[in-house]
Design a protein around this ligand. Structure first.
Ligand code: ZN
Length: 438
């Protein structure tokens, strides 16, 4: 091996390290240069005879362009891999193929400015929750270079790792917004498809309407569709229709998380109304009902004796007709319903509770809650048979929100999908090591 002199020093006695950096037998290291903090490794490949891809005539070397790729840092220094490539040309005058540059996916994928090692590493980092800008900073390159590499390699991993799609017997459909560009008034909505059995997001669809989501579920292999026993959702009629049409054998399960948050919203609406009626204004810091707003939304079992006593006395002050107190009780009974371990007993409990909710003596907000739950009664009760919950999807949605907060929102659905699936989809990372990204 011959080493050319770099501008400041040559590592001529470290050829083994250099070879290990590239690790490919048919690659020659031409030089190793250091300019200030920047290290550059110059390589070339020694191709065998090359033939024209079209007419199969033996091709000639036209020129030797040097293309630079961002590589993993060496000993803390940013590193560039300068690849002295071969631009070939077809010598057959009757052939329309002009010239082409030889590539090698083991060194770098086509149109990717990161080496394969750096791109694989960056994809894992971003998949683990680091931001693209952090990774770009570590590689001393710009945001787009890393983002494009993550899209290329992450996309290839998700495409190759099909197994994660086909292990579940219970899915959940959930709506998420995905564009949070600052000042952008209209977020776009996507549907998260979750494996609620193994708590991972398996796909993200760029729609939330019945027609597109149903068409997409319907396109899945028959064996996949037959395996789905439960379909969890958030009481949206669109998703109920998707299940009814595309997965008719799956039992529909309304997610407890959504029922409890609906009850929370009803309770909060009662509290705000009573407060306005009592004091003639919106909640202020010292108003009794304003002071209990957070405690009210906690389960009773989470309150210690002091907190429970405080809640009682503040309600006495701010809630003379007991409307907030009764709404709080209703929500507690709803939690009891979910705590029950016996499907029949739970069903009776919910039936009784709805009878109370729908009574005309109840605050209107609670009557409305009762009507909604009644509409979905069987599917709400199905939780006690299925014991699956979209709750994990909610947890994963929180992760999505975290990703979205970092840097800026996703303008591009494809980027959003890849980033979320790498982060919350539990892909099999070994597949990335073994798949070929060209
Ligand atoms: Zn040719």
């Amino acid at each position: 091996m011959r080493l050319k002199s770099g501008s400041t020093f040559v590592l001529s006695n470290h050829t083994e390290i250099l070879e290990a950096l590239v690790g490919l037998k048919d690659v020659r290291v031409l030089a190793f240069e250091r300019r200030g903090p920047h290290v550059s490794l110059v390589i070339e490949q020694t191709p065998d005879e090359v033939f024209c891809p079209s007419c199969h005539t033996r091709a000639h070397v036209k020129e030797r362009p040097v293309i630079s790729y961002v590589d993993l840092p060496v000993y803390g220094s940013a590193m560039t891999l300068s690849w002295k490539k071969h631009r070939m040309r077809c010598v057959n005058s009757a052939c329309s193929v002009g010239s082409w540059v030889l590539g090698d996916h083991r060194i770098a994928a086509k149109n990717c400015l990161l080496t394969t090692w750096a791109a694989t590493w960056a994809t894992r980092q971003v998949g683990g929750g680091r931001t693209v800008s952090e990774v770009a900073k570590e590689l001393s390159c710009d945001w787009h270079t890393v983002n494009d590499a993550v899209a290329t390699y992450g996309g290839a991993l998700l495409e190759a790792d099909r197994k994660r799609l086909s292990v579940t017997s219970a899915i959940g459909l959930d709506e998420t917004s995905f564009v949070t560009r600052v000042g952008h008034a209209h977020p776009r909505y996507a549907t998260t498809v979750c494996d609620v059995e193994h708590h991972q997001i398996i796909e993200i669809l760029p729609w939330r309407n019945y027609v597109d989501v149903a068409a997409c579920v319907n396109q899945q292999p028959q064996s996949w569709k037959e395996r789905i026993v439960y379909g969890a959702f958030d009481m949206s009629p669109a998703y109920a229709a998707v299940y009814a049409v595309a997965l008719p054998q799956a039992a529909q399960v309304v997610d407890p998380y959504h029922v409890i948050s609906l009850a929370n919203r009803a309770l909060d609406a009662v509290r705000r109304r009573v407060q306005r009626e009592q004091l003639g204004h919106r909640g202020r810091r010292d108003d009794p009902l304003y002071r209990v707003r957070r405690v009210l939304l906690m389960g009773e079992e989470k309150l210690d004796e002091h907190a429970a006593q405080r809640l009682r006395s503040l309600l006495e002050l701010g809630d003379p007709d007991g409307e907030v107190a009764i709404s709080y009780r209703i929500e507690e009974r709803l939690r009891d319903f979910y705590r029950s371990r016996d499907p029949d007993e739970a069903r009776t409990m919910l039936r009784e509770l709805l009878k109370h909710c729908l009574s005309r003596a109840m605050p209107p907000e609670i009557q409305k809650l009762g009507q909604t739950i009644e509409t979905w009664f069987d599917k709400v009760c199905n939780f006690h048979v299925a014991r699956v919950s979209n709750g994990p999807t909610e947890a994963l949605n929180n992760l999505i929100k975290r990703i979205k907060r970092v840097g800026f929102g996703f303008r591009n659905f494809a980027n959003y999908r890849i980033r979320v699936l790498l982060y919350a989809g539990k892909p099999n990372w070994r597949v990335l090591g073994s798949s070929v990204v060209r």
